[in-house]
Design a protein around this ligand. Structure first.
Ligand code: SF4
Length: 202
């Protein structure tokens, strides 16, 4: 890779959802499953199988490795669809849309494909299992710039190893790291001392 440390494509979605979640997973190596991640793993079984097939007049290639030397990125696309008009990445999510975090991850996959194959990829799709809807994502210049910015912030996070403050908002309920992160404590040192008094020393 031209740039180190290499950023996993999956970290882009984690960082966009919550920078602290990204640091806990990718710097501290913490992972925990909850009902959402278990559903996601089940939903990914076919995608992760690596079997390719023809569907509705186009080739669907599954679990394809991706990288970008220029951006220092590596990862995997759930699926890449190919027809006479071109190719595009498809990302599968078992739940519902959380802001544009999946769009950013998908755009990073397209940036890798563009560099690997020397082509332009104008759009892709994210399939959400919650509403059972496939949503079109256009890779605009704004979205691409946002991806570049997040890659830089993740790389900085990897280099400093600094754990960001907890967001402690509606993102925390469905977060699989809730019980490791303890967001309600991490925002206030006074609360930490109270927790230690009550739970550890009490
Ligand atoms: S519990 Fe909240 S603050 Fe902690 S990692 Fe998850 S989303 Fe981020």
């Amino acid at each position: 890779m031209n740039i180190e440390p290499v950023v996993p494509i999956s970290a882009i979605e984690h960082y966009a959802y919550c920078p602290r979640q990204c640091a806990l997973i990718h710097c501290d190596g913490i992972w925990s499953d909850n009902e959402h991640t278990v559903k996601g793993t089940r939903a990914h079984r076919r995608v992760d199988s690596g079997t390719h097939r023809r569907e509705r007049g186009r080739m669907v290639l599954r679990s394809i490795p991706l990288w970008s030397e220029d951006l220092g990125l590596s990862g995997r696309a759930d699926a890449i669809e190919v027809d006479d008009d071109g190719m595009w990445p498809v990302e599968y999510k078992s739940g519902v849309r959380h802001g544009n975090s999946a769009d950013l991850q998908l755009c990073a996959q397209a940036l890798c494909l563009e560099e690997m194959l020397g082509i332009k990829i104008p759009n892709g799709f994210v399939w959400y299992g919650g509403p059972k809807r496939r949503m079109h994502v256009e890779f605009t210049e704004d979205l691409r710039s946002e991806v570049f910015g997040i890659i830089e912030m993740i790389r900085k996070q990897f280099l400093t190893g600094k754990l960001p403050e907890a967001v402690d908002d509606e993102r925390c309920g469905p977060c699989q790291l809730l019980h490791y992160c303890l967001p309600h404590l991490s925002r206030s040192p006074r609360k930490v001392y109270r927790y230690l008094d009550e739970v550890v020393f009490g």
